[in-house]
Design a protein around this ligand. Structure first.
Ligand SMILES: NC(=O)c1ccc[n+]([C@@H]2O[C@H](COP(=O)([O-])OP(=O)(O)OC[C@H]3O[C@@H](n4cnc5c(N)ncnc54)[C@H](O)[C@@H]3O)[C@@H](O)[C@H]2O)c1
Length: 330
């Protein structure tokens, strides 16, 4: 049986991936400092409460491990602009501690959670992996820096790495047991659900004069369980091809802000106030993945990313866990 160490496995996407790994017969060790993760989200796996910067503890945790899936990071774009050093330290420097610990422990395979934020304002839609990477905030830059360092380390240390650039991760586990427990809700889908549940008094649309079918921005929403399955495919194919490869993970289809709101109202049966305001600085008009490479090389297909299913599962999670796991997180 393959034994996988999952850093940040107690977080939103990590916990869904841990569940998927366990369901597919992998042995899983979660390594997480629980700063924004939850024990309850990984109750079925072994959990080591540890900090990425603690290289001794990491090295001990890597004993007998076949591959690492690396989620642990800070994730808020706005915070990264206000506190860049915090993001470079955790997302880049602490990532290097992990790579060094893997080298010492002789663990040679790693799947890394990257992001569409590495593209910044995309120069083409849909965005290909070969499109220019020009991040417009420290969050995206810190993730790109780690991707690039990983690329060099894979070549120098004969490692195998795959960086998965997620587009808009959304939805929740269909069981209703796992979901996005962050209290700070930076994502439209979750804000819409909070509005449907009466926790937000209104929702703002930033810009209705974009050059899109209904004038609002479009994004590529991918269900967190589809993302989770992609990690299994990546682990299965990690030794094929170039030492380090990069893949977009999305659906290849754009869903507009107005479509998200309409789907939320339909699925929840609730009406809520929507206010149209001007464009927000730094919002690209469209962010849609070209997923041909992941389809071709990993055999990746989405099966749960229909927007109504995404909203349905997220709604179920929020209804069952109004305060997240025991009381929520940052
Ligand atoms: N959520 C999205 O839409 C999205 C999109 C693209 C990429 N990503 C990437 O996916 C990954 C997971 O994101 P998420 O939304 O699940 O975030 P999350 O905050 O839910 O998960 C991050 C986990 O890492 C842990 N962690 C953070 N720093 C740590 C450290 N120094 N040592 C040990 N543990 C630490 C946290 O406790 C948490 O459990 C991140 O790398 C993020 O950049 C997320």
């Amino acid at each position: 049986m393959k034994k996988i160490l999952v850093t940040g496995g107690a977080g939103y996407i990590g916990s869904h991936t841990v569940r998927e790994l366990l369901d597919n017969g992998y042995e899983v060790v979660v390594y997480d400092n629980l700063e924004s993760g939850h024990k309850e989200a990984v109750a079925k796996a072994k959990l080591i409460e540890g900090e990425l910067a603690d290289s001794g503890k990491l090295q001990a945790a890597l004993e007998g491990i076949d591959a690492v899936v690396h989620f642990a990071a800070y994730i808020y774009v706005d915070e990264s602009v206000a506190e860049p050093a915090k993001y470079y330290r955790n997302n880049f420097s602490n990532g290097l501690v992990l790579l060094e610990a893997m080298r010492q422990a002789g663990v040679k395979k790693i799947v890394f959670s990257s992001t569409a934020a590495v593209y910044g304002e995309p120069t083409e839609i849909p965005v290909k992996e070969s499109s220019p990477t020009q991040p417009i905030n420290p969050y995206g830059h810190s993730k790109l820096m780690f991707e690039q360092a990983l690329d060099w380390c894979c070549r120098a240390y004969e490692m195998h790495g795959i960086s998965l650039r997620y587009f808009n991760a959304s939805g929740a586990h269909k069981s209703g047991e796992l979901g996005d427990a962050h209290l700070v809700q930076a994502h439209l889908g979750t804000a819409a659900i909070k509005a449907a549940l009466g926790e937000l008094s209104e929702l703002k649309i930033f810009g209705t004069d974009w050059d899109t079918a209904d004038g609002t921005c479009t994004r590529d929403y991918i269900h967190v369980s589809d993302l989770a399955r992609a990690h299994i495919l990546a682990l299965e194919k990690i030794e094929e091809g170039e030492p380090h490869r990069v893949y977009n993970l999305g659906t290849g289809k754009g869903v507009s802000v107005k479509e998200v709101l309409a789907a939320t109202k339909k699925v929840s049966g609730a009406d809520f106030k929507v206010t149209e305001t001007g464009r927000r600085a730094g919002d690209p008009q469209a962010l849609i993945a070209n997923v041909d490479k992941a389809r071709r090389e990993l055999g990746f297909e989405t099966t749960e990313s229909d927007i109504e299913h995404i909203i349905e599962t997220a709604l179920r999670w929020h209804q069952r866990h109004p305060k997240g796991f025991s009381g929520g997180s940052s």
